[in-house]
Design a protein around this ligand. Structure first.
Ligand SMILES: [Zn+2]
Length: 187
């Protein structure tokens, strides 16, 4: 992944998702510390986690942690924090094959819900403009995607594989690069 000469389509699903997850963790450490910019420590976190995930010495933490965060957020829109006109939203769109289970459900307000519509969450994020969704939402999404790919034996496919046209998410839209930490929020 560090080698820029490898075309995106030759990267495996495993490399792509773990690198995305390691970048998310890097952003997380910087936001928690209230940093203006990324520093050496953050890049070290990313490098260590990416290597650990690839070699299997580290794991993505379970969705259990995210469930606790979800409960502590309470009944608010997980996208914009509004408390008005809330409904349950499927993170991986049900229309595209996302499951109707607790892990895949969060509260969303009517405005976010109708703006998102049937779009994939990352598609919606890029459609919204430069502002990123809260990191906890992206983390939950990423874990759902990784679990789906593990369960369906997709991790070793190349990103160019046609099989990936039929999954309930768009791998290519999952962010690798994050804006400066002061432009991000956790929840
Ligand atoms: Zn909202």
């Amino acid at each position: 992944m560090a080698n820029k000469k490898v075309p995106l389509t030759d990267i495996t699903v495993r490399e792509h998702l773990f690198y995305a997850y390691a970048n998310l963790a890097m952003a997380h450490t910087a936001v928690v510390k209230g940093q203006e910019k990324y520093e050496r420590f953050n890049f070290m976190v990313r490098a260590r986690l990416y290597k650990g995930l690839l070699t299997g010495t580290m794991n993505i933490r379970t969705l259990f942690d995210d469930e606790k965060i979800k409960l502590s957020i309470g009944t608010k829109c997980n996208y914009c924090n509004s408390t008005e006109q809330l409904a349950l939203d499927h993170i991986l769109a049900q229309k595209l094959g996302g499951k109707d289970v607790g892990d895949n459900l969060i509260y969303a307000c009517k405005i976010c819900n109708s703006s998102k519509g049937k779009k994939d969450l990352m598609e919606w994020m890029s459609f919204r403009g430069e502002e990123f969704l809260p990191l906890m939402v992206i983390r939950r999404y990423l874990k759902l995607v990784i679990n789906y790919c593990v369960d369906n034996d997709l991790m070793d496919l190349k990103l160019s594989d046609n099989v990936l046209d039929n999954v309930p998410f768009k791998l290519i839209l999952i962010p690798i690069n994050y804006p400066s930490p002061h432009k991000l929020r956790l929840v």
